[in-house]
Design a binder for this molecule. Structure first.
Ligand code: NAP
Length: 326
């Protein structure tokens, strides 16, 4: 029998897909959630997962939840809230959460953690969000267990925050007068390939303790990604970069057009100035995957809303439950 895996963030964009993926591969999964109601909205699985209550910001809820586990996925962040002024509060929460988790993991004797963080170079004047994702990785690597860090740019899939921002902008505006970040280089990746890598890392012990960049087959600007989205949807869109449009102003602009919580929009928009391109590709030898081009990834994201895990976001017009409630 395959070992039981602990899945944090199981109600989120990445976590709920990984739950299906692991289930289909015969793994038994224990989901650590703050609300089991959010999980109940998901599609049926082969093997009912074990659901335990745990709030990573409340260490007293973690000890029992991690018992008997060798490998845990850390797929949690706490960006959110409705106030642009308070958007930086996530940094403190995410630091605390990672510290609580690694302490509980060490106490429970967990051997491996697999964490999905963000791409971005430290010397690059990183946004608060990307710097915080890297800090979380360092904290998770400071324990006794071996932590694998996967670093990704925007992930293309229904309900993903970065993808939904692109989708709302292109769907709603025939002419997009964009800040200069539309030319920042990025290496987006299809959510299906992120799943391949998350599972593949667990199955390849050589990845334990490593930090690995993951990206799709194309390096492009956000303007290119928007054009691919528009073409896939058969929409005619004019995208023009305006140099004097500041990051701050553009955050308010994106916040106005998209219904995502301001706390997420402001954190992500600030990072759009940072290049997010893989600096190494060791993952491609360690975990082979058939990398999807972006037009295919976008088609899949749109189709998945009808029949895959993305179906959960249908009623709410694009938005996943997790984002809606953030
Ligand atoms: N989406 C992307 O494009 C993208 C790109 C690169 C990297 N990543 C990384 O992927 C990981 C997962 O992101 P995501 O897009 O799946 O985010 P998401 O959809 O917003 O999900 C976040 C998850 O974290 C959980 N969570 C937050 N605070 C918690 C706490 N105190 N205790 C327990 N659970 C808590 C949420 O639970 P509730 O449902 O209870 O709120 C939710 O399940 C993150 O590390 C992110 O940086 C994402």
């Amino acid at each position: 029998m395959k070992p039981k895996i602990l899945l944090t963030g199981a109600t989120g964009f990445i976590g709920k897909r990984l739950l299906y993926k692991l289930d289909q591969s015969g793994y038994r999964v224990r989901c650590l959630v703050r609300s089991s109601e959010k999980l109940a909205l998901a599609l049926p699985v082969e093997n009912e997962p074990e659901i335990v209550y745990g709030d990573i910001l409340k260490p007293e809820t973690l000890d029992g939840a991690l018992e008997g586990i060798e490998t845990a996925y850390y797929l949690v962040h706490s960006m959110g809230g409705r106030s642009p002024r308070k958007f930086l509060e996530f940094e403190t929460r995410d630091r605390k959460a990672a510290q609580n988790f690694i302490t509980a993991a060490d106490n429970a004797g967990i051997k491996r953690i697999i964490y999905l963080g963000g791409l971005g170079d430290v010397g690059d004047k990183l946004s608060h969000h990307l710097a915080s994702r890297q800090e979380v990785g360092r904290i998770l690597q400071s324990g006794r267990c071996k932590t694998t860090i996967l670093r990704a740019a925007v992930i293309i899939g229904a309900g993903g925050a970065g993808f939904e921002i692109i989708r709302y902008l292109v769907e709603r505006l025939p002419v997009l007068l964009c800040p200069k970040w539309v030319y920042t280089m990025n290496q987006p990746i299809a959510v299906e390939n992120v799943m391949d890598y998350l599972q593949g890392c667990m199955e390849n012990p050589d990845t334990a303790g490593m930090s690995l960049d993951i990206g799709g087959p194309q390096i492009l600007g956000y303007a290119d990604l928007m054009r691919i989205y528009a073409k896939t949807r058969g929409l005619k869109r004019l995208i023009i970069g305006v140099p004097f449009f500041s990051t701050r102003l553009s955050s308010y602009w994106v916040n106005l057009i998209t219904p995502l919580p301001a706390g997420i929009v402001f954190a992500l928009a600030e990072g759009l100035r940072n290049e997010a391109v893989c600096r190494e590709n060791h993952i491609r030898e360690m975990v082979p995957a058939n990398l999807l081009p972006m037009d295919q990834a976008i088609c899949n994201a749109l189709a998945e809303e009808q029949s895959g895990p993305g179906a959960i976001s249908r009623q709410s017009c694009f938005l996943s439950e997790s984002l809606k409630n953030a």
